[in-house]
Structures are given as structure tokens and as C-alpha cells.
Design a protein around this ligand. Structure first.
Ligand SMILES: Cc1cc2nc3c(=O)[nH]c(=O)nc-3n(C[C@H](O)[C@H](O)[C@H](O)COP(=O)(O)OP(=O)(O)OC[C@H]3O[C@@H](n4cnc5c(N)ncnc54)[C@H](O)[C@@H]3O)c2cc1C
Length: 397
């Protein structure tokens, strides 16, 4: 299946390509293409370049500085950025808290936070999960007690992605436990530089530092940092999760990874011929490509039908998107065989890593990437929980 582009969309694709050719710094593109991790400064540098062009907020309405693009234009942009090796946008500010601030924040909050998110002045993180409160998020125990014009917050958040870089955290806290669990939750914006905030790294199985525990000890948060009404945080949190799950589909990136898989399968030999000509392996690549193409059309449909505010149907995108992402890393490992087995996380992280590679150039990061992407079916709400949501909210079972 090929999506047929209108002349306007084809012209837009050409414009995006020309922009990326001119403005995407080669050092960032090289790092992304070879699977190296980018640092905070590198992510921020790229977001500021996009902001200068007015292209950093594809999902925002025009009045807040968004692009006003159609669903197809957003899709083309994502695809071209991934193909060129542009760094992914960090979603916590742009894609997650910003829509909540626009929908439920007051004017002062919109004026303060939205321009700072656009300019990447603040790095945001998401403080939802706690030890014992992941899938069952409504059981969360971090407590906020009102003290004059402040809340005093105590508790622990966990799995907080990139909190080590964060200036701000959007958080769910318990302000009341007298009634239904969901009704006692409040949505607060916490300044990560406040006294009482401690960030402690959790090392993932690929050896990297990406997630953290965040301890909150008597942290004073001004009441003006509360979004909407006290006790209504659950409603705002659910609104945000729909946005999170659409972004997780990541079809542009997966298409770029599929091209990489095919290149690897053309270079690797099996039974005296390129692996890509092996009927069994070729069939598995073809099946994956079909899954990716059907996901792509589903993303476009959901984005179009929901006018950018998807509901429970975003759960389909989360499940299928992460299954495709994980399958890609599996097939790359299989294609390279024993040379993908050495676990060399340094090759994944360090630009100046100069050890003799134990195989072809593309082999060293594969194991670390494979292990790292096991996370995808857990974060953003596990895929089992997404299936429960589909059963209840979409199928009405
Ligand atoms: C890499 C990574 C990054 C993350 N980043 C963030 C972040 O930035 N901010 C944040 O707030 N959170 C983050 N999370 C947390 C993530 O949202 C939770 O891990 C997830 O919601 C699952 O919760 P849990 O880990 O407590 O597992 P549990 O809820 O204990 O689940 C354990 C297992 O039981 C299954 N299960 C649980 N309940 C049910 C049920 N009712 N039906 C069927 N199966 C069920 C789950 O699917 C899972 O397989 C991140 C997680 C990871 C792995």
C-alpha cells in the first residue's frame, strides 16, 4: 500500500526535506542513525531549531503557536524527520502536559508555561507512577496537604523518565482519601529545583540511566501550580494519557528502522546468498512491513477523526506501535546472529568508543537497543492494560 499524496502534500514533503537538509546538524543525525544516545543539550538544540522555524508544536492549535497542520502533514513531517535521523522530540512538555494546560489550565498558567515549552526553556518529566501504583494508578499515595497558599507534598514517584534533566514535573498527588479513590487526586506542577526534591537514578537492563526515583520530602508547591480543580486530577490525567499513547505509535521511526533492517539483511549472508533472499526471513520482514503499513493508516484515521484529541482508541496505536518497534529490534538481532550477542552498551552511548568491533559496524549497539526496547510494552500503561481499556471502552464488553 502506498499513500497517494495530493500535490499540496507532495510540495509539503519537499519543503520538509529541504529544511532538514539545510538545518539538521550532521552530528545529531549521525548519532541518531548509529543508535547513539543524545544528551540533554543536543535534544534542546534540535527543539530550538524547530521552534525558530515554527515547527516544534505540530499538535498544538495555531493560537498557542502550533503549526495548524493537517493529520497528513503531521504524518509526513514525522516520517521525514525520522528518515533524516532527526532526534525525537522529548514528549513530556510538548505532547503531554501542554494539551492539559491548554484544556484545563488558567490564563496565567497558559501564559507562563506554553511559551517556555515551545522554546524548550523547561525540561518536563511525568510523575504519575509510584512503587505499588503503576497499572493501578488510582492507588497512589503521594500526599499533598494544603498549608495557606501552598501544598506540602510528601511521597515517592518512580520510573520517572529523564527526571535527572528536568526543571518541572507534572504530578498526580492525593489531596483526599475520604471518597472514591479517583476523586481525591489532584494535578500539580512541581518545580524540580524546589527544596525537598531528590532524584535517584535506576539503571535499566541495557546499563543506561534513563529512569529515576523522585523523592518528595515536605516540598512546598504554590497553589497557583495546581491545574484545574482540587480532586479533579484523574480527569486531566486521563486526557493526557490519550495524547501520550498516540505519540508512542512512532510509525515514522519504525519505517526508518525497517529500512535499516533491510540494509542489514542485504549485507548478511545465509546459505551463500543475502539473508534478504532467504524465503523465511523475507516473509518475516514482509509481515512486519504489512503490520507497520496498517498501523500507519490507523494512526492517520485516529488523528483525523479525533481532531488531535484521541480517546480510548489510542490504546490500539500503543499496542500495535510497540509490538512493531520490539519486533524490529528482534529481527535485527536475528539477522546479525552471533555478532549481535556481545553486550556492548558503551557502543550505544559513547561517541568516541574506539574498541575493535566484534563484527560489522552495525552490530555493537543491537543488543543494548534490543534490551532497552523491552520497556515499550510496559511504559505509557502496559499493553495488557491497553487491552482491558479496548475491551471496556471500545468494545463495550
Ligand atoms: C522505561 C520506563 C519508563 C517509564 N517512564 C515513566 C514516567 O516517565 N513517568 C511515570 O509516571 N511512569 C513511567 N513508567 C511507569 C509505567 O507507566 C508503569 O511501569 C506501568 O504503568 C506498569 O506499572 P508497574 O510497573 O507498576 O507494573 P504493575 O502494574 O505492577 O504490573 C505488573 C504486570 O501485571 C500486569 N497487570 C497489572 N494489572 C493488570 C490487569 N488489571 N489486567 C491485566 N494485567 C495486569 C501488567 O501488564 C504487568 O505485566 C515507566 C516505565 C518504564 C518501564
Amino acid at each position: 500500500m502506498e499513500l497517494v499524496l495530493s500535490p499540496e502534500d507532495a510540495a509539503f514533503r519537499a519543503e520538509v526535506r529541504a529544511f532538514l537538509q539545510e538545518k539538521l546538524p550532521p552530528d545529531l543525525a549521525n548519532k541518531s542513525a548509529t543508535g547513539l544516545r543524545l544528551g540533554k543539550d543536543e535534544h534542546v538544540r534540535w527543539q530550538k531549531i524547530l521552534h525558530e522555524k515554527g515547527w516544534v508544536a505540530a499538535n498544538w492549535p495555531v493560537e498557542h503557536g502550533g503549526t495548524g497542520w493537517t493529520a497528513m502533514q503531521k504524518h509526513i513531517f514525522e516520517e521525514e524527520c525520522a528518515a533524516a535521523g532527526a532526534p525525537p522530540l522529548i514528549p513530556f512538555g510538548l505532547l503531554m502536559v501542554a494539551p492539559v494546560i491548554m484544556a484545563f489550565g488558567n490564563q496565567a498558567q497558559k501564559d507562563r508555561y506554553l511559551p517556555r515549552i515551545l522554546r524548550s526553556d523547561d525540561w518536563w518529566c511525568q510523575g504519575y507512577s509510584e512503587p505499588g501504583s503503576g497499572s493501578d494508578l488510582a492507588s497512589l499515595r503521594t500526599r499533598a496537604v494544603r498549608d495557606g497558599d501552598h501544598y506540602v507534598v510528601n511521597g515517592q514517584k518512580t520510573w520517572t523518565t529523564l527526571a535527572q534533566h528536568a526543571d518541572m514535573m507534572f504530578t498526580l498527588v492525593r489531596t483526599d482519601d475520604s471518597g472514591k479513590r479517583q476523586e481525591g487526586i489532584t494535578f500539580l506542577l512541581i518545580d524540580m529545583h524546589s527544596p525537598g526534591v531528590t532524584v535517584q537514578p535506576i539503571t535499566t537492563m541495557d546499563g543506561s540511566q534513563e529512569i529515576n526515583s523522585v523523592f518528595l520530602d515536605d516540598v512546598r508547591v504554590p497553589v497557583e501550580n495546581r491545574i484545574g480543580e482540587e480532586g479533579k486530577g484523574w480527569t486531566y490525567a486521563k486526557y493526557l494519557l490519550g495524547h501520550e499513547r498516540t505519540g508512542i505509535a512512532g510509525t515514522g521511526r519504525s519505517k526508518a528502522q525497517l529500512r535499516r533492517l533491510k540494509e542489514i539483511a542485504r549485507s548478511e549472508m545465509s546459505g551463500g546468498r543475502p539473508l534478504i533472499e532467504d524465503p523465511d526471513f523475507a516473509q518475516r520482514i514482509a509481515q512486519l512491513e504489512l503490520d507497520l503499513l496498517s498501523l500507519e493508516s490507523l494512526v492517520l484515521r485516529v488523528l483525523h477523526d479525533s481532531k488531535g484529541a484521541p480517546g480510548p482508541e489510542a490504546s490500539f496505536l500503543k499496542i500495535k506501535g510497540t509490538e512493531v518497534q520490539q519486533k524490529l529490534t528482534e529481527l535485527m538481532m536475528e539477522a546479525v546472529g552471533p555478532y549481535a550477542a556481545p553486550f556492548q552498551p558503551e557502543a550505544f552511548r559513547e561517541e568516541h568508543w574506539n574498541e575493535e568491533p566484534a563484527g560489522p559496524d552495525y552490530a555493537p549497539p543491537l543488543a543494548a537497543v534490543y534490551f532497552n526496547w523491552r520497556k515499550a510494552s510496559i511504559y505509557g500503561g502496559s499493553n495488557e492494560i491497553q487491552r482491558n481499556i479496548i475491551a471496556k471502552a471500545v468494545l463495550g464488553l
